[in-house]
Ligand binder design. Structure first.
Ligand SMILES: Cc1cc2nc3c(=O)[nH]c(=O)nc-3n(C[C@H](O)[C@H](O)[C@H](O)COP(=O)(O)OP(=O)(O)OC[C@H]3O[C@@H](n4cnc5c(N)ncnc54)[C@H](O)[C@@H]3O)c2cc1C
Length: 432
């Protein structure tokens, strides 16, 4: 029976970062992935952040398959017939080490898989891990859905993504702390367009890219966001909302996306493009409140499987990579002691407490619930901002003093001043 130092379940950013970290230090590592290749089953908007990626792959931008370095990031408040924009472009983002890149996970994850193989790690695809194998209360391996599919190791890192069935089994949880407002459903299309057309439409320097996060009509006022990202020769456009809100609205994510694409502010950006890919996926939004324990006897959990997503800041891949890296380092330390007990592996959770991952998830721990119970922030405010901006920019002979009065009167008609003050206070409390 062949035994490994570590088994990693899932070849996403969390799993591959963990595996590469361990293989780099000479551990005998196997990654098991259910897709045909890493990235085949993965969906992301997708913006990849440079600093965390470079912690695992220094100067990755010199060889990794990337689309565009992002130099401009914007937020749009969208209504059916208007948009109010807020954004930032910076030339510093156009220089090494860059801030973020648009990527296709099917290309990027595959590249990470090759990096793992180059370091001597084993990658087995088209194989589903069905269960963990335990002995005397310790995880000692996994059961795969193929002949002779039992594989053994000192430790198992579960990096299976949002559908965390194995996590529950490995940590002996009755069930995940999961509610409908802890999950979002998102859909995305990749629309092909000429490189030059993209640069013209988004006013970009050659080769550089932009992101737009869209609040309001992109989700028909539901709690969630739409997004538009530029790739080399295509645009990724998508939208997603909390499952609780989608269920209430009885709208399908596909209806949302079609409506978003047909919004008059969005349509000109994708006009003449050809849809080449369509994908849907869930996003864990429960954050800190939904996080399981991150370690057990012989087992660690990383990335989406452990609910590590900061939806407000569009961060998930970075949390997956850094948690994977720290999980890998924890295993290296445990291997040097020859001890993979729950107590030894608990240092993983302690290390994570000191990173941006747990700090950020703690900071926003009330956000999903708050937004779910106050959806008007996503429905009413984009309208309110749009009306105010319309009045501000509309030149119709009204004196500026009267324009300002009208802006206030219209706003308070839609949301009384006390409610607005409460919104600001609560918003601040949840986010700061
Ligand atoms: C629409 C959308 C847009 C997003 N946009 C962004 C963005 O722009 N930037 C960002 O940073 N994050 C974004 N995210 C979040 C980001 O994609 C995730 O946080 C990240 O992919 C998590 O990585 P992971 O390795 O934990 O899980 P995953 O990437 O989901 O990888 C898990 C892997 O495990 C495999 N697997 C699962 N179960 C098994 C099993 N039983 N046996 C074998 N293999 C298994 C899967 O096939 C998969 O390859 C987005 C997510 C979505 C859905």
């Amino acid at each position: 029976m062949e035994k490994f130092d570590a088994i990693v379940v899932g070849a996403g950013p969390a799993g591959l970062s963990a595996a590469i970290t361990m293989a780099d230090k000479g551990l005998k590592v196997i990654v098991i992935e259910r897709g045909d290749y890493p990235g085949a089953k993965n969906v992301m908007g997708g913006i990849l952040y440079s600093e965390p990626t470079a912690q695992i792959f220094p100067e990755f931008w010199k060889e990794a398959p990337l689309e565009r370095p992002i130099t401009e990031e914007s937020y749009w408040f969208l209504t059916g017939d208007s948009v109010t924009k807020f954004g930032h472009r910076n030339q510093r983002f156009a220089e090494e080490p860059y801030n973020a890149f648009s990527v296709f996970r099917a290309h990027f994850d595959k590249w990470m898989g090759e990096k793992l193989k180059a370091k001597g790690g084993l990658l087995i695809c088209e194989t589903v891990v069905e269960d963990v194998i335990e002995k005397d209360g310790k995880v000692i391996g996994v059961k795969c859905g193929r002949a002779n599919g039992d594989i053994y190791a000192d430790v198992v890192i579960v990096a299976e993504g949002v559908n965390s069935m194995l996590t529950q089994k490995a940590l002996k949880m009755q069930k995940m702390n999961m509610k409908e407002d802890y999950l979002a459903v998102a859909v995305k299309e990749v629309i092909y367009l000429d490189e030059e057309k993209i640069e013209d439409r988004f006013a970009l320097e050659k080769g550089f890219g932009a992101t737009i996060e869209v609040i309001g009509d992109s989700t028909k006022g539901m709690v969630g966001t739409g997004f538009i990202y530029t790739n080399k020769e295509s645009i990724s456009i998508g939208t997603g909302a909390l499952m609780s809100q989608l269920i209430k609205s009885k709208m399908s994510p596909n209806d949302l996306l079609e409506s978003f694409k047909n919004n008059p502010m969005v349509k000109p950006l994708i006009r003449g493009g050809e849809t080449k890919e369509y994908a849907g996926h869930m996003i864990p939004e429960g954050g800190y409140n939904a996080m399981p324990k991150l370690y057990g006897n012989g087992v660690l959990v990383a990335g989406d499987a452990a609910q590590m997503v900061n939806g407000l800041h569009r961060e998930g891949s970075n949390m997956a990579m850094i948690s994977g890296k720290i999980a890998g380092e924890t295993v290296i330390a445990a291997a040097s002691k020859g001890n993979f007990s729950e107590e030894t592996l608990s240092s993983y959770q302690k290390k994570l407490e000191d990173t941006f991952i747990i700090k950020d998830l703690k900071k926003y721990k009330k956000s999903s619930e708050y937004f779910d119970h106050n959806p008007e922030l996503f429905a009413l405010y984009p309208e309110l901002v749009s009306d105010a901006m319309y009045t501000f920019f509309n030149v119709d002979g009204t004196s500026k003093k009267d324009v300002q009065k009208k802006m206030m009167k219209d706003a308070f008609k839609k949301r009384p001043v006390m409610s607005m003050a409460k919104d600001v206070y609560n918003f601040w409390r949840v986010l700061v």
